[in-house]
Design a binder for this molecule. Structure first.
Ligand code: ZN
Length: 465
């Protein structure tokens, strides 16, 4: 009897278990544990809910949000009611950052640096899918030929990038030409170099190393080249070329082509005798507007006069503050030099040139308007004053004999009375050295030379006081 009861109970239990197995639904999640990347889209991977005999898919409610824009662990619950219970399955979603930051270098990844110099960091930027402001977190390691940039985001993703440093000087120096290129000059004028500079990226100023070669022949019309060449210490060579065109001077007018060479402010012991030598050799007469600064040089005034030149009057003192402070001072000074010349040469000269010329603006500092008075008064007193219309600029900006030469020959014209201003003050070698070429140019181009006399048509400036 007892055995039968046990068997019966066993059968019932088995039956109940069987029913439970048959009718109880189960929720199954396809992936219970997933890891997804930040900012990617989360998709429910699906589930099943069924018992052996029935499908409960539609009864399941899914609860829980996944914020894929924030790193974290999220739980999503799949739930359905059954009898007196709630069946629950939980899915775990890890939103994580697996992407490396990206370092972008400013400048090139392979840079050339001058030998012996240090690379100057051009900078970099870091972008990351999640972390912001990683720029400050970059570790920069400088090795011999490399710079390594390394950065880690808060999730531990690490990036590194290298910049290769090549120590080399690959570029030649840069040559810059001053002045015109191409440049046009007149036939028979002298080419004067306007200048140049050479700068090397690694070695700095190499101007003094520039070598110049030129085939310019300014006596023959044509197109010529001047080549400027320079090399840095590792053999990078640069060169530039200037084109020089030599053209015929335009012909203007049909004047008698007389050149009056005039020399102011002498005599001087260093220059005047040599000028006189050249003039004698060339058979040219000139005019000297002299000063009375040194009576020990009176023998030069006598020589000027004896060799057929005009000894004209400039100023006894050549002291602007004295001669232009009053008309009385001016004439005291003028008569003093007139007497001085008379004593040295025996000639009373009435040909004059005002200190600074009649157009000078210096006199107004001492007596405003004095030039208007003096330019009339000297004529009333029987003097003839001359200015000039060809300026060698040898007391101004002309620094070389080539510049003096060019200034003179470029100012000459067959249609005018050419009164050329030059100076024979002490040590004015640039004018001395230009003189023979100026005379040659004049002779070769149909000019004649003469000294100023009282019958020479005056060349005068406007008064500007
Ligand atoms: Zn003077």
């Amino acid at each position: 009897m007892k055995k039968k009861i046990i068997i019966l109970i066993s059968i019932i239990i088995t039956l109940i278990i069987g029913l439970v197995i048959i009718f109880t639904p189960h929720i199954k999640i396809k992936e219970e544990n997933v890891t997804i990347n930040i900012n990617s889209e989360y998709h429910d991977s699906g589930y099943t809910a069924r018992s052996l005999v029935k499908d409960y898919h539609d009864k399941v409610k899914i609860k829980g949000d996944v914020d894929t824009s924030k790193i974290g662990t999220y739980k999503v619950k799949y739930q359905m009611p059954f009898l007196f219970f709630t069946l629950t399955k939980t899915k775990t979603i890890n939103v994580s950052d697996t992407e490396k930051p990206v370092i972008t270098l400013k400048g090139k990844e392979q840079v050339s640096v001058c030998p012996g110099k240090q690379y100057e960091e051009e900078g970099y930027t870091v972008t990351d899918n999640y972390d912001q402001d990683l720029n400050d977190k970059v570790e920069r390691t400088v090795k011999e030929n490399q710079i390594i940039y390394k950065v880690k985001d808060q999730s531990g993703n690490t990036t590194s990038i290298t910049r290769d440093i090549i120590y080399e000087d690959k570029e030649g120096p840069k040559i810059e030409l001053k002045g015109y290129n191409p440049m046009t000059i007149y036939k028979s004028s002298k080419y004067t170099e306007p200048g140049y500079s050479a700068t090397d990226g690694c070695e700095g100023d190499l101007t003094t190393k520039v070598e110049i070669s030129s085939n310019v022949d300014s006596n023959t019309t044509g197109t010529y080249e001047i080549t400027y060449k320079v090399s840095d210490s590792v053999g990078n060579v640069s060169s530039v070329t200037r084109t020089v065109k030599v053209v015929n001077r335009p012909v203007n007018g049909n004047g008698n082509g007389v050149i009056y060479l005039t020399f102011d402010d002498g005599p001087s012991s260093t220059i005047t005798p040599k000028i006189l030598d050249i003039l004698k050799e060339e058979g040219v007469k000139a005019t000297f507007f002299v000063t009375g600064k040194s009576s020990s040089l009176d023998y030069l005034l006598a020589r000027e006069s004896n060799e057929g030149h005009t000894v004209a009057l400039h100023s006894n003192t050549h002291d602007y503050s004295y001669v232009y402070s009053s008309s009385q001072n001016y004439f005291n000074d003028l008569y003093a030099i007139q007497n001085h010349v008379k004593n040295a040469t025996g000639v009373t000269s009435n040909i004059i040139r005002f200190p600074g010329g009649s157009s000078n603006t210096v006199s107004r500092q001492y007596s405003k308007g004095i030039m208007t008075y003096l330019t009339n008064e000297v004529i009333n007193k029987g003097f003839i004053y001359f200015d000039w219309n060809v300026d060698s600029d040898d007391a101004g900006s002309a620094k070389t004999s080539d510049q003096v030469y060019n200034n003179v020959i470029n100012g000459l014209s067959h249609s005018k009375t050419n009164v050329v201003l030059m100076h024979d003050f002490e040590n004015n070698y640039k004018t001395l050295n230009a003189l023979r070429d100026i005379i040659q140019y004049g002779k070769n181009n149909g000019y004649t030379f003469s000294n100023i006399t009282s019958s020479t048509p005056p060349v005068r400036h406007g008064v500007a006081n």
